[in-house]
Structure formats: C-alpha cells, structure tokens
Design a protein around this ligand. Structure first.
Ligand SMILES: C[S@@+](CC[C@H](N)C(=O)[O-])C[C@H]1O[C@@H](n2cnc3c(N)ncnc32)[C@H](O)[C@@H]1O
Length: 370
C-alpha cells in the first residue's frame, strides 16, 4: 500500500483512488506553462516592510512595520496550487498532496473558513475507489475530511489568476501562501493582481502606508453598494467592518452602484465597437467618451481614484479619444498619462496593463509635422 503524507499524518492512497485522480484534468494552469523562464523574475514577500500578526477578529493579518511608499511592490509570489474553477475536491487534494514538503506544510497552515461545497458527488466517486481498494471506513472518512479541508483552505485563500472571459472559458484560481494572509477591506490600501507575464501574484501599495497599519486588499469588486458587497463576502464567512461597511452612507452606496452600472455600459459599448469593424461614427465615440468622463468624475468623488479601476477607464477613454481625434486629442494624452501612472502604481511596469497603457500613451503623442 502506498502512503501519501498529508496534514493529519500518513494516509492510505490506494490503487484505484490514485488512478481515479490521475484521470482528471491537469491541475497546474497550462496557459503560462510554456513562457520562457527568463521573463518570470524572482518570488518574494517584503518581510522587511511587514509582519504577520494575530488580529482580534480576522485571524492572522499583515501589518506594515515600516513606511511603505505608494506603488511599492510588497509581494511577488508564485502559486502553491493553481486550479480551474471546475476542479473537484479530489483533484485539489491530489495537487496539494503532490507538493514538496515545505509547500505542503505552508498550504495546510493556511486559514480554512469557507463552507464545504454543496456538490457532494465527489464523495461517492471516492467511496467507490476506496471500496475497490479495500480501504477501511476510517481511511475513507479521513480522506474525505482531508479533501474537505483542502477545499476550504483553497476557497478561503484563492485569488483569481485568469478571469473567465466568456461563458465557455473557465476562471483559474491560485493560492499564494504569503499574500494569503492579507485580510479584506472595501477601502483597501493594497492592490493584488496575477501577472501572467511573470507568473506571479503582485501586491502593490495603493497609497503611502504608515508603520502599524494593516495591509488590506479587496477580495471583491468594490463598485457595489454595501448590501451587494456583504452578499459577495459571505463566501469568506465574515462580515466586513471596514469604514465603507460600518458607516454605509446612502450617497456613497448610490455612487458605487452607479459606478458598477457605468462600468458595465462602457465595456458593453466597447464590445459593440469591436464588433462594428470600423463602422463607428463621431457620435458613437462622443457618447462613449462622455460615459468615461462621468465614470472618472464619480470614481474621484467616491475616493476611488487610487484604485486600478481608474486606470482601466482612463485607458478605454484614451483609446476612444485618440480614435475620435480632433478636439479630443488633448484629452486622449491626459487619460493615457493617468492610465500609465495608475498601472505603474497598481501592477508595475512588467504588467500587461502597464505595457498596454504605455503603448496607448505613445500613440497619443503629437507627431512632428514633416
Ligand atoms: C485570505 S484569508 C486572510 C488571512 C486570514 N485572516 C488568516 O488568518 O490566515 C481570508 C479569511 O480571513 C478572514 N478575514 C479576512 N478579512 C476579514 C475581515 N475584514 N474581517 C473579518 N475576517 C476577515 C476571514 O475568515 C476570511 O475567510
């Protein structure tokens, strides 16, 4: 009988069970697998800038131990495990069990507060494998428990690495052991994003952070009013006590709701423009540019000008204004400069977002007359 080390000790991992698990899809994300290693850089967590500490209500958190200037990259981390959203508990367990010892211990040490999934069909599949292998009921129960714990840790700590872009594509999620200690706020002071070019999760300071402040990221899209944010955060099993949630102000909620709507309208119009194959006229451009303007003003009013959302809208606005030309040319340059500055701060110069913004900025520069 083969044994595989997991957090509870040694556990039987029989012939059928192993075969059942190897039949499943590969667990490591493959999209970036063939990128050259040279572009990936190193992994680090700036322990010289922060420390992990127990909090009163939110488990372990990360706290600044030095002044952290806005834009500082605090984490640049490889994932321990990366799975597509359709992966089963068994597949996840297999991925964790196959980690080298240090990484496996790091995984099992993470918080587990997410509730078990509703779909329990994987338990039947596991039972059949265990029965075929002649495993005892105790072994089977321990294995179910291990799979459930692996799942809860994953659901508690995963960050989105590749968002689904269509109904047929799947979201990829990863667990990053140091960044996993970041607690949530709907008024965050750091920003996280997976960078596929370097295959790392990066976390940047959104503003200057003073020593003693907790580093807080947002697990969700914050362009939602308080009740909607609360509902999204139920997944992590806590009620957010950040400034935006404890004093929900009607005007702020209305602004965040409006921001969500405007964002959707702009992105839908952009999709339409992409399908129009150059058939857009000046009025279409003007309507989209005005939507971008309204969104940017609202972001500033809501105190969200520090977030990456501003960079996204400014980039769209800059592209539209540049294409519209004429009276919009100056605006195109201004928005492109803002997008470059926001992306440098939030995701860094090695990110796709920054490179795209820099390209748009270059295109908006006035051409010398011949
Ligand atoms: C990614 S982990 C963050 C690190 C975690 N606190 C730990 O001890 O390892 C997510 C979990 O932390 C807790 N958490 C995060 N943000 C919180 C907050 N604002 N208030 C209360 N609990 C929070 C919740 O239990 C959540 O499921």
């Amino acid at each position: 009988m083969k044994y595989c080390y997991i957090y509870t000790g040694y556990m039987p991992l029989g012939r059928h069970y192993r075969r059942a698990m190897t039949r499943t899809q590969p667990v490591q994300a493959t999209a970036e697998a063939d990128r050259p290693a040279a572009s990936m850089g190193t992994s680090y967590a700036r322990r010289d800038l922060y420390e992990e500490r127990q909090t009163v209500e939110a488990g372990v958190g990360a706290f600044a131990t030095a002044a952290i200037p806005s834009g500082t990259r605090i984490f640049c981390e490889e994932s321990l495990v990366m799975m597509t959203e359709d992966a089963t508990q068994i597949e996840l367990y297999r991925a964790v069990a196959s980690l080298e010892e240090g990484s496996r211990a790091a995984y099992w040490s993470l918080a587990a507060s997410a509730k078990p999934g509703k779909d329990v069909s994987w338990i039947d599949a596991l039972r059949q494998c265990c029965e075929r292998d002649g495993e005892s009921a105790d072994s089977f129960n321990a294995l179910v428990e291990a799979c459930e714990r692996a799942w809860s840790i994953f659901e508690t700590n995963r960050f989105t690495c590749k968002a689904s872009t269509s109904p047929t594509s799947l979201t990829t999620l990863g667990v990053f052991p140091a960044a996993a200690r970041l607690n949530h706020s709907c008024a965050p002071n750091v920003f996280h994003r997976y960078n596929p070019l370097i295959q790392r999760l990066t976390v940047h300071a959104l503003r200057d952070i003073a020593p003693g402040e907790e580093l807080l990221t947002s697990y969700i899209d914050i362009c939602h009013p308080t009740p909607a944010r609360r509902s999204l955060l139920r997944h992590w099993g806590f009620k957010c006590n950040c400034t935006a949630c404890t004093n929900p102000d009607v005007e702020s909620d209305a602004r965040r709701k409006k921001l969500g709507e405007l964002f959707l309208r702009i992105t839908n119009r952009e999709r339409k423009r992409a399908r129009s194959a150059g058939g857009w006229g000046p009025k279409d451009y003007e309507a989209s540019i005005k939507l971008a303007m309204r969104t940017i003003r609202l972001l500033q009013k809501e105190g969200m000008a520090e977030t990456d959302t501003l960079g996204v809208i400014c980039l769209i606005g800059a592209q539209l204004a540049s294409l519209a030309g004429g009276k919009w040319e100056e605006q195109a340059g201004e928005w492109a400069r803002t997008a470059v500055a926001v992306d440098r701060k939030c995701v860094g110069e090695d990110s796709m977002e920054y490179l795209r913004a820099a390209e748009v900025l270059e295109a908006t520069r006035p051409r010398p007359r011949l």
